[in-house]
Design a protein around this ligand. Structure first.
Ligand code: TYM
Length: 336
C-alpha cells in the first residue's frame, strides 16, 4: 500500500467460535476507527492459536468466523489489509531471526506464559507457547507500524517488541520502526461478569461471565442480568470497592458514549436491575447487527476467502520487503 499515512498492525487469535465483548470494545472498535488515518494491517493469528492444542476442522472454521466478525464490525477490506497470518510466510521467518536475539531470561519473564502454564505447569506447555511473544514481535515489526492498537493485557508483549526492534537496529543498523502501543484507557480492560476482578477472557471459568458477539440475544440479556454486583445498592463507579457495577458502567459508557458521571447522575437512587436492563439493551443494539452480518458473510465462504487472499497479497508485499532487509542485514546471501 502506498500512501503517506503511517502504518498500523494488530491481530487477534481465532481460538474460539466467537470474539467476546472484551475483544470488541478493547480492540475491534478502535481498529475500525483508526483505519482512515492509518495504512492498517489486521491479522488473524492462526500460528499463535496452535501454541495450544487445536482441533484442525475447528481452527479452520474459527479462522473464517473471526475474519467475518472483523468485517462485520467495520473493518473495510478496501481500506485495510485483512489477512491470515499463515498466508504470509515472513511471520515465521522473521520470528526465527528474532528468536536468535532474544534472551532465555527475557522470554521467561513474559507473564502470559506464566499465567497460561499455571494450571498444567511449564513441563506440559509447548516451546511454541514459550516463544509466542517473539512471533508476536515479528507480526508487528514486519509492517513497520507506528501504532499497534491493543488491550491492556498486551502491554508487556509490546514492550518486548520495542526492545527487540531497538536491539536489532543497534546491532545491524536501522531496520525497524519502533512501534507504539495504542491502549485506550476506557476500554483497555473489560472484566468478567461473574468475576469482575478478572479480565473477560475466552478461558473464563464460568461461561456466564463472558459475553460473545455471536451469542443469541436472549443469552446476552441473561448473562448481563445475572452479572455479579454487590450489596450496598448504590450505582457509583469505584473499581476497587464496586468492581461489578463499575464494569457495567464502563461497558455502557464505552458503547453509548455517555460519560460515567452522567450515568451515575441518571441512575442515582435507581436499583441495579434498572442499570442491568439498560446495559443489556445497549450491548444488544451494538452486537446484534454484527452477529447478523457475520452470519451473512459466512454464507459465502468463497467470497470471504477471496477477500482474505486479497489481504494476504497486500500484506505479503510489505512483509517480504522488511524480511529481505533483515536477511541482508544479518548476513544471509540473497537467493538467486
Ligand atoms: P487476543 O486474541 O487474546 O485478543 C485480541 C485483542 O483483544 C484485546 N482484549 C481485551 N481488551 C479489553 N478487555 C478484555 N477483557 C480483553 N480481552 C482481550 C487484547 O488486548 C487484544 O488487543 N497476543 C494477541 C494476539 C496477537 C497480536 C499480534 C496483537 C498476535 N500478534 C500483533 C497485536 C499485534 C492476543 O492473544 O490477543
Amino acid at each position: 500500500m502506498t500512501s503517506a499515512k503511517p502504518n498500523l498492525l494488530s491481530g487477534m487469535q481465532p481460538s474460539a467460535g466467537s470474539l467476546h465483548l472484551g475483544n470488541y470494545l478493547g480492540a475491534l472498535v478502535n481498529w475500525a476507527n483508526m483505519q482512515d488515518d492509518f495504512n492498517a494491517y489486521y491479522c488473524i493469528v492462526d500460528l499463535h492459536a496452535i501454541t495450544v492444542p487445536q482441533e484442525p476442522a475447528e481452527l479452520r472454521a474459527n479462522t473464517r468466523r473471526t475474519a467475518a466478525q472483523y468485517l462485520a464490525a467495520g473493518i473495510d477490506h478496501n481500506k485495510s489489509a485483512l489477512f491470515v497470518q499463515s498466508h504470509v510466510p515472513a511471520h515465521a521467518q522473521l520470528a526465527w531471526v528474532l528468536n536468535c536475539i532474544t534472551g532465555m531470561g527475557e522470554a521467561g519473564r513474559m507473564t502470559q506464559f506464566k499465567d497460561k502454564t499455571q494450571k498444567g505447569g511449564s513441563e506440559s506447555a509447548s516451546v511454541g507457547l514459550f516463544t509466542y511473544p517473539i512471533l508476536q514481535a515479528a507480526d508487528i515489526l514486519l509492517y513497520q507500524p507506528k501504532a499497534v492498537p491493543v488491550g491492556e493485557d498486551q502491554r508487556q508483549h509490546l514492550e518486548l517488541t520495542r526492545d527487540l526492534a531497538t536491539r536489532f537496529n543497534s546491532r545491524f543498523g536501522d531496520t525497524f520502526v519502533i512501534p507504539e502501543a495504542v491502549i485506550l484507557k476506557e476500554t483497555a480492560k473489560i472484566y468478567d461478569l461473574q468475576n469482575p476482578e478478572a479480565k473477560m477472557s475466552k478461558s473464563a471459568a464460568d461461561p456466564k461471565g463472558l459475553v460473545n458477539i455471536m451469542d443469541d440475544t436472549s443469552v446476552v440479556v441473561k448473562k448481563i442480568k445475572s452479572a455479579v454486583t454487590d450489596t450496598d445498592g448504590e450505582i457509583r463507579f469505584d473499581r476497587d470497592a464496586k468492581p461489578g457495577i463499575s464494569n457495567l458502567l464502563g461497558i455502557h459508557s464505552a458503547i453509548s458514549g455517555e460519560s460515567i458521571a452522567s450515568l451515575e447522575a441518571r441512575f442515582a437512587g435507581a436499583g441495579y436491575g434498572a442499570l442491568k436492563g439498560e446495559v443489556a439493551d445497549v450491548v444488544v443494539a451494538a452486537i446484534e447487527p454484527i452477529r447478523n452480518r457475520t452470519e451473512e458473510l459466512l454464507s459465502d465462504v468463497a467470497e470471504l476467502d477471496r477477500l482474505l487472499a486479497d489481504g494476504a497479497a497486500k500484506a505479503n508485499a510489505q512483509a517480504e520487503q522488511t524480511l529481505a532487509a533483515v536477511y541482508d542485514r544479518v548476513g544471509f546471501i540473497a537467493a538467486r
